[in-house]
Design a protein around this ligand. Structure first.
Ligand code: FAD
Length: 461
């Protein structure tokens, strides 16, 4: 029986980052991973393959939409789907192999197989039982199911199946207008698929600042998306390789059907903790299936949990931050995650990014705030690249000017948001951002202008 300071179960962004930091801090670490490759959902079937396909199809979209405008003439490229899939897989392989390299570099043992926890302080993999002072559950999440819908990963797919479709479908119904549904929908819309999104709520991207969500929907509609909002899917049937989606409009209970070659079920994800033996151990769980934790500690001594398996946004960087913080706690340091400053990004074109509070949340909390907004239409760089749709919106405390949130829809939003994240970590005011010199011509100038708009006004608006 091998003994470790820490055994991490799951090699996703939460687990592998936790393991690397534990090793850097001098702890003896092993990671159990049942998948053939490291990196979890994110590297294998999540963030990374989806961004590869978004990248390839973004270029295709650019060719069709903007090349001629810039005097770039010639036949548009055709799509070799098998090659695009191979490119995506190469990107995945490069990243998963990279984690393997980091494990070797940091002397982390990879215990290959599926783990169970037969008793406190013990982890079983196959026939072997290993012991550890600390065990970390980093088992992530899996797609949530929908009553009346049976996923076959061919015609009715989750995001995992949508990443590896045998061919580009002529039509696709996406159930759920969340981030994953819209990103994958974008991939296929750019490849020529007629994409219809059916969403239960009356707006897309639930939880996003409403003004941004509205602008986002408008832009996606211009790109060819169809939206059916306020619609509850009743079921999906498949006959002759075609799917029929039945939905009811919530406003009048009227029932309609939609036909499509592929149906993507993107109604969220749920924590993946089954099969670990948590019930027998007496581990406290939350009603929605997450492991109950207090500063990552469960109710069992020496057993911790992080990432998608616990409460909070199901995001890779949230899992990573928790992994790092927990490693520091296990090494006797003060690990910390600031849940108030976790950015969220949608990697469509344009990108959408947010951090901190939305206007709706501030209103509900009764907080006095001011809004500084700046449209990308006033940003020279955005105009030069035909990406002037969208805006930056900064929310600041009315009395103190402290930044409370930022919401960006526009070019490079996923990168721009981080200057606001850093500002928020430092407790900055909107004026602090506004007084910081920003290089011209950059998209970041739009962030500065929005900060200026919180005070005496933007210059270029
Ligand atoms: P996971 O990454 O899910 O890893 C858990 C690992 O544990 C898995 O590899 C699993 O095989 C292993 N495991 C489970 N049980 C056991 C066991 N008993 N024994 C051994 N191993 C086990 N997030 C972002 O921040 N940005 C994005 O752009 C983004 N895009 C996404 C796109 C898609 C299509 C999807 C599906 C998700 C996306 N996410 C994105 C979410 C992100 O992937 C997750 O939030 C993140 O992977 C969670 O990390 P984790 O370490 O908690 O778990």
């Amino acid at each position: 029986m091998a003994t470790y300071d820490v055994i991490v179960i799951g090699a996703g962004p939460g687990g592998y980052v936790c393991a690397i930091r534990c090793a850097q801090l001098g702890l003896k670490v092993a990671v159990v991973e049942g998948r053939e490759t490291l990196g979890g959902t994110c590297l294998n079937v999540g963030c990374i393959p989806s961004k590869a396909l978004l990248n390839a199809t973004h270029h295709l979209h650019e060719v069709h939409e903007n090349f001629e405008k810039m005097g770039l003439m010639g036949a548009a490229p055709t799509v070799d789907w098998a090659k695009m899939q191979a490119y995506k897989q190469d990107v995945v392989n490069g990243n998963t192999k990279g984690i393997e390299f980091l494990f070797k570099k940091n002397k982390i043992t990879w215990l290959k197989g599926w783990a169970t926890i037969p008793a406190a302080g013990q982890v079983q993999v196959g026939d072997e039982v290993h012991s550890a002072k600390n065990i970390v559950i980093a088992t992530g999440s899996e797609p949530a199911s929908l009553p009346g819908v049976t996923v076959d990963e061919t015609t009715i797919v989750t995001s995992t199946g949508a990443l590896t479709l045998g061919k580009i479908p002529a039509s696709m119904v996406v159930i759920g207008a969340g981030v994953i549904g819209l990103e994958m929908g974008s991939v296929y819309a750019r490849l020529g698929t007629q994409v219809t999104v059916v969403e239960y709520l009356d707006a897309i991207t639930p939880g996003m600042d409403a003004e941004v969500a509205k602008a986002f929907q408008k832009i996606l509609t211009k790109q060819g998306f169809k939206f059916i909002l306020g619609a509850a899917v009743q079921g999906v049937s498949v006959a002759d390789g075609k799917a029929t989606v039945t939905y009811k409009l919530r406003k009048d209970d009227s029932e309609s059907v939609l036909e499509a070659e592929t149906v993507l079920v993107a109604t969220g994800r749920k924590p993946h903790t089954a099969g670990l033996g948590l019930e027998a151990l007496g581990v406290e769980m939350l009603p929605r299936g997450q492991v109950k934790t207090d500063h990552f500690a469960t109710n069992i001594k020496g057993l911790y949990a992080i990432g998608d398996a616990i409460v909070g946004p199901m995001l890779a960087h949230k899992a990573e931050d928790e992994g790092m913080a927990l490693a520091e706690i296990l090494a006797g340091k003060a690990g910390h995650v600031n849940y108030g400053v976790i950015p969220g990004v949608v990697y469509t074109t344009p990108e959408v990014a947010s951090v901190g509070q939305t206007e709706e949340q501030l209103k509900e909390a009764g907080r006095a705030y001011k809004v500084g907004k700046f449209p990308f239409m006033g940003n020279a760089r955005a105009k030069a690249v035909f990406q002037a749709d969208g805006f930056v919106k900064i929310l600041a405390d009315k009395a103190t000017d402290r930044i409370l949130g930022a919401h960006i829809i526009g070019p490079g939003a996923g990168d721009l948001i981080h200057e606001v994240c850093v500002a928020m970590e430092f407790g900055a005011s909107a004026q602090d951002l506004a007084l910081t010199c920003h290089a011209h011509p950059t998209y970041s100038e739009a962030v500065r202008e929005a900060a200026l708009a919180c005070g005496d006004g933007a210059i270029h608006a």
